[in-house]
Design a protein around this ligand. Structure first.
Ligand code: FES
Ligand SMILES: [Fe+2]
Length: 389
């Protein structure tokens, strides 16, 4: 997306603020509380969405050099994302072809070879089997290497499907989201390697917070929400993905500032929600925070990993600033967002079949729930009740 289109977005936010209305859906949405509690529904979400659809597994800048890698478990699948000597980013099951030990044991790093800690079978950066101690004892080894997953790099991000041999049509999946992500120039970011790892409740409850512009000036009034206006949000839907744009208190300045002098981060704040589980909060041309939601072993649990990115490589002072920023966000997310969503999680059982309400202004949240329900066939089972607002 060019600057020109971002300027259009700023003008759209300004008009919303002037008219005192965010973008709206046609109707209010009621979602039964059981949608967050039902283990069978959660199993369908894992099976139909997390294991079948393309997942954003890393940013290109997380693994810029050959041998750079990341490894973590997503929806019960241990994965290893590594850049090969040929510059290609590949995604594998992080599962040794001998007896299934996890080959990479660190979250991230650089390796010439991946050597399994159990019996030292080793794999090269392209995932090929490179060494087997006592090879003669194994006869003909059929496995050529680590199991590779369909993966592709686009707009500064790496996407993979967690099922070997599955089809990956990234154009169809991303829709216009590729252009929206490209505008963030994610490939020019520099990661701060220390992440925040936070316990979080049900993945959809947690995701709801990242798609929700409505709560910022209220729940976060004394922290990160103070500069955001509540009445101007704009939402763009790209397939299942959402871009949430929020106007800041300074947006009125555009009425008197020449367009060539606009500094966009003064006027808008952007959240790109890459369905189903990645939120990228990034000012155009500024720093970025990526939050990755990893569903836990049961319906009520997930883990969030938050990554901070900067425009410049981090020197010593940059590292100090990065650590300060990481801790500040961790505090806000734990004490404000997650304290609240854990509270919701603890209340849902009491609601039974009574619904949770999503207003016409909660467009991103409505989209998430409609998409999940459509992909899992739950709209028939859960009897979603839209109502004209
Ligand atoms: S399980 Fe990996 S070498 Fe044995
Ligand atoms: Fe929040």
């Amino acid at each position: 997306m060019s600057n020109h289109l971002l300027h259009d977005l700023v003008r759209r936010l300004r008009a919303n603020v002037r008219d005192d209305t965010p973008d709206l859906t046609d109707s209010v949405l009621r979602v039964p509380a059981s949608s967050y509690l039902d283990p069978a529904q959660w199993e369908r979400e894992i099976g139909e969405i997390f294991l079948k659809k393309p997942m954003l597994v890393a940013l290109s800048c997380d693994i810029p050099e050959p041998g750079d890698y990341m490894s973590f478990s997503l929806a019960g699948r241990p994965i290893l994302i590594v850049r090969g000597d040929d510059g290609l980013a590949r995604t594998f099951f992080n599962i040794c072809r001998h007896r299934a030990a996890q080959v990479a044991t660190e979250f991230s790093g650089n390796a010439r070879r991946f050597t399994c800690p159990y019996h030292s079978w080793s794999y090269d950066r392209q995932g090929r089997l490179a060494g087997v101690p006592g090879r003669a004892q194994f006869g003909e080894i059929e496995a050529e290497g680590l199991t590779e997953l369909p993966a592709e790099e686009r707009a500064g991000a790496i996407f993979a499907v967690l099922t070997p041999g599955a089809e990956l049509d990234l154009d169809a999946w991303l829709d216009g989201m590729a252009d929206a992500l490209a505008a963030l120039r994610l490939d020019t970011l520099h990661p701060y390697r220390k992440t925040s790892v936070l316990q979080s409740p049900n993945w959809k409850l947690t995701a709801d917070g990242y798609l929700d512009g409505y709560h910022l000036p209220y729940l976060h009034k004394d922290s990160i929400g103070g500069k955001i206006l509540s009445n101007g949000h704009a939402y763009d839907l790209f397939g299942p993905h959402v871009r949430l744009s929020m106007a800041t208190r300074r947006i009125e300045e555009i009425d008197s500032v020449a367009e060539e002098d606009w500094y966009l981060p003064d006027y808008l704040s952007l959240v790109h929600f890459v369905f189903p589980n990645v939120s990228i909060s990034a000012a155009h041309g500024g720093t970025a925070m990526l939050s990755r939601l990893l569903p836990g072993p049961s319906v009520g649990e997930s883990t969030t990993i938050q990554h901070q990115y900067f425009r410049q490589p981090l020197d010593e002072e940059g590292m100090r600033a990065a650590e300060e920023k990481r801790l500040a966000y961790e505090k806000v997310v734990l004490e404000e967002d997650y304290a609240t969503v854990f509270g919701i999680g603890a209340s849902l059982e009491a609601l039974g079949e009574a619904p949770i309400l999503y207003g016409r202004n909660e467009l991103g949240n409505q989209h998430l729930h409609r998409v999940v329900q459509e992909m899992t066939g739950a709209n028939r089972r859960l009897k979603l009740k839209p109502r004209r607002g």
